[in-house]
Write a new protein. Structure first.
Lengths: 115, 115
């Protein structure tokens, strides 16, 4: 079965620092989808990005950017000039086209941005 | 649109009691799912449904039942609550096709404590 590893349990930075959240995945499928979700202290889960395995272009959305590298099975997330409002738990997730009804999440990385 | 709604928000059960967590969505999504979130373990899929009348097991189905009589509703039943089922439960829905995997929209969660 597919697997997602987020090795960083907790990260603490000071406002305006850049921070990268790591995500490493395992899958036997050649077609798969990677996701990032944000869970702020209020508890809801917010979708950030979806990427399919055939699109290795990096993506930038404001202060957020994602680096997808199939060679290292990684889909890392960088926040530039972090802000206190970025404090949240961030989850990386994977679903395989072969069984796209089963999405596997990583354990999450808790990011704390201090003022 | 209300999106995905869940009731109740909080629940305390005694061991052995049964209850139903309610989930509804108004986006006409075919795919619905239930996850549990435990500290350090991310979200784990309990059950999912790809349409009315169709359900299947996820990664951690034991102790839970589901049914899908309408597109909108996907209740989760705890048959005989155990302390190990203390968790935060999230319902989610997404538009899905046979070949693609789309982002899921999550409800606000139900915090369940079993004593």
């Amino acid at each position: 079965a597919q697997k997602v590893t987020q090795a960083q349990t907790e990260i603490s930075v000071v406002e305006k620092e850049d921070v990268t959240l790591d995500c490493v995945y395992e899958t036997r499928d050649t077609t798969y989808y990677l996701f990032w979700y944000k869970q702020p202290p209020s508890g809801e889960l917010v979708f950030l990005i979806r990427r399919n395995s055939f699109d290795e272009q990096n993506e930038i959305s404001g202060r957020y950017s994602w680096n997808f590298q199939k060679s290292t099975s990684s889909f890392n997330f960088t926040i530039t000039a972090s802000q206190v409002v970025d404090s949240a738990v961030y989850f990386c997730a994977l679903s395989e086209a072969y069984n796209n009804n089963d999405m596997r999440f990583g354990a999450g990385t808790r990011l704390t941005v201090k003022p | 649109n209300a999106g995905v709604t869940q009731t109740p928000k909080f629940q305390v059960l005694k061991t052995g009691q049964s209850m139903t967590l309610q989930c509804a969505q108004d986006m006409n999504h075919e795919y619905m799912s239930w996850y549990r979130q435990d500290p350090g373990m991310g979200l784990r899929l309990i059950h999912y449904s790809v349409g009315a009348g169709i359900t299947d097991q996820g990664e951690v189905p034991n102790g839970y039942n589901v049914s899908r009589s309408t597109t909108e509703d996907f209740p989760l039943r705890l048959l005989s609550a155990a302390p190990s089922q203390t968790s935060v439960y999230f319902c989610a829905s997404s538009y899905s096709t046979a070949q693609l995997s789309y982002e899921q929209y999550f409800g606000p969660g139900t915090r369940l404590t079993v004593t």
